[in-house]
Design a protein around this ligand. Structure first.
Ligand SMILES: Cc1cc2nc3c(=O)[nH]c(=O)nc-3n(C[C@H](O)[C@H](O)[C@H](O)COP(=O)(O)OP(=O)(O)OC[C@H]3O[C@@H](n4cnc5c(N)ncnc54)[C@H](O)[C@@H]3O)c2cc1C
Length: 452
């Protein structure tokens, strides 16, 4: 049987970073991906990567063919384009395949890493109740066992392992209400035939009446190529392409000369992180752990951070010769302290926003009930908790729509409640089940209240 210190499942952005940092601490790593090596990175995506992640990880920024363009600003528009909120943040619009290939190559150059491509992880193996390896299906062997002291699952939103794991603390199923379905096309326009949309920033438009449960985007990647897409409620998944064509493509790109370079859709988990992202011998990172920023829909940045944290915790646990949850529990705190608590508080806003009409949203932006600073905080996974004075002023400005005032007030109260509960996240397994039940009850209540 092949034996490793760490097996990383998935060579996406999260998994490649986990493998790189685990190997750079001297661990021996097996990185596995179901795709052929040359296809790794070819992910359906809006292709936006926040520049700050490269400084955080102290790794090279994208360069050369990885970069299609850079922007410094995102604008969130009302559906009539009369008003907008503006977020300043440095952004790369990447060639997703080149970017993914670079992260993979960096991982393979970082130390003792064996890469198995074209190899699908089918299940976990356990020893004394602790995960200690995986069963893979290669193009040669249908059931090969690989063992490891620690498994890191970065296999994305469809993770088979999360669905199959025998665990009392990992959620096997993510509720449908916590999933979005996103669809996008990379479109090449002929000269002088660009849509009439801004090219100096990223455009995001909230129009819940036509794009239910999400928003649509226009990301100009070069002089001629743009990424146009949208996200909607998962329950509307069968209509996603129709909604895209009717309310986005045909509206902004009416019968013009253009070429669709690529198209496709996929699931995005847009909730707070899994209550626990670790169990005995295993940690979950990226989409497999629901680490996507639920305000922006961006999952690359938090997933790369999670890959780094999981690698650091793996090194500590292996050095301590204890790969049980005892040692891995700290991974949960690192995630929560960095972005998890922010995503949890923002989940209240996400749930309420998904159930806000176009008219009400336009009013919120026009009256500045939500402002640039609040939205910037949400995009950076920080906590939006305006002072009582600000809150009162905002309430007074909104006096003509009492149901919105009630909603805003409810939002602020529930965010406070979430923060209180998350500040008491248990530092051991003993108190976890009770905490998890309270968390679950709280979000069920918020969902009930949010639905029309
Ligand atoms: C339409 C759309 C637009 C998006 N736009 C953006 C954006 O602009 N910016 C942003 O930050 N985020 C965006 N996201 C979200 C982002 O793409 C994900 O959050 C991010 O890719 C998650 O990275 P990951 O490494 O966790 O998973 P993935 O990128 O999904 O990588 C998982 C890897 O695991 C492999 N794998 C899966 N199952 C197995 C298995 N059983 N065995 C072995 N290997 C396996 C896959 O082949 C894949 O390489 C978008 C998502 C969609 C759908």
């Amino acid at each position: 049987m092949d034996k490793y210190d760490v097996i990383v499942i998935g060579a996406g952005t999260s998994g490649s970073v986990a493998a790189r940092f685990a190997a750079s601490t001297g661990l021996n790593v097996c990185l596995i991906d179901a795709q052929k090596r040359e296809k790794v990175g070819n992910k359906i995506c809006g292709d936006v990567v926040l520049s700050t992640i490269f400084d955080f990880l102290k790794i090279n920024h994208p360069k050369g063919e990885e970069i299609m363009s850079t922007k410094n600003n995102i604008k969130l528009y009302t559906s009539d384009f009369q008003d907008y909120l503006s977020i300043d943040m440095p952004i790369y619009l990447v060639n997703r395949l080149s970017f993914g290939q670079r992260l993979l190559n960096d991982a393979l150059d970082s130390g003792d890493v064996q890469f198995l491509d074209n190899t699908k992880v089918m299940d976990l193996i356990y020893k004394n109740g602790t995960v200690n390896g995986v069963i893979v299906n290669t193009n040669i062997e249908r059931k090969k066992v690989l063992s490891a002291k620690i498994v890191i699952d970065g296999s994305g939103a469809h993770s088979i392992i999360r669905k199959k794991i025998k665990s009392d603390i990992i959620e096997n199923k993510v509720p449908e209400d916590d999933l979005s379905i996103c669809y996008r096309e990379n479109i090449e326009f002929n000269d002088n035939n660009q849509p009439d949309l801004p090219t100096d920033s990223l455009t995001v438009v909230f129009d819940a009446d036509n794009v239910p449960g999400g928003y649509f985007w226009y990301f100009p990647k070069s002089e001629t190529i743009s990424n146009l897409g949208l996200g909607v409620f998962f329950r509307r998944r069968r209509e996603v392409k129709h909604i895209y064509q009717k309310f986005v493509l045909n509206k902004f790109v009416p019968a013009r000369n253009y070429k669709i370079l690529s198209s496709g859709g996929d699931i995005v988990p847009i909730r707070r992180p899994l209550p626990s992202c670790a169990d005995n011998g295993i940690m979950f990172i990226g989409d497999a752990a629901c680490h996507v920023n639920n305000a922006s829909g961006g999952g690359i940045h938090p997933g790369m951070k999670a890959g780094y944290y999981a690698a650091m915790i793996a090194k500590k646990a292996i050095d301590a010769e204890d790969c049980t949850l005892n040692q891995l529990w700290k991974y949960n705190s690192l995630i929560l302290d960095d972005f998890g608590i922010g995503h949890a508080a923002n989940d209240v806003a996400r749930i309420l926003m998904q159930n806000t009409t176009t008219e009400d949203f336009n009013y919120i932006v026009r009256k500045k009930l939500l402002d640039n600073e609040a939205l910037t905080n949400m995009y950076y996974a920080k906590i939006y908790s305006p002072s009582l004075k600000e809150k009162t002023q905002k309430l007074l400005k909104g006096i003509s729509k009492p149901h919105l005032l009630l909603k805003l007030n409810y939002l602020l109260k529930q965010m406070k409640r979430v923060l209180k509960l998350y500040s008491k996240f248990p530092n051991n397994l003993k108190d976890f089940q009770k905490w998890r039940e309270a968390e679950n009850d709280m979000f069920n209540e918020i969902y009930l209240r949010a639905r029309p």
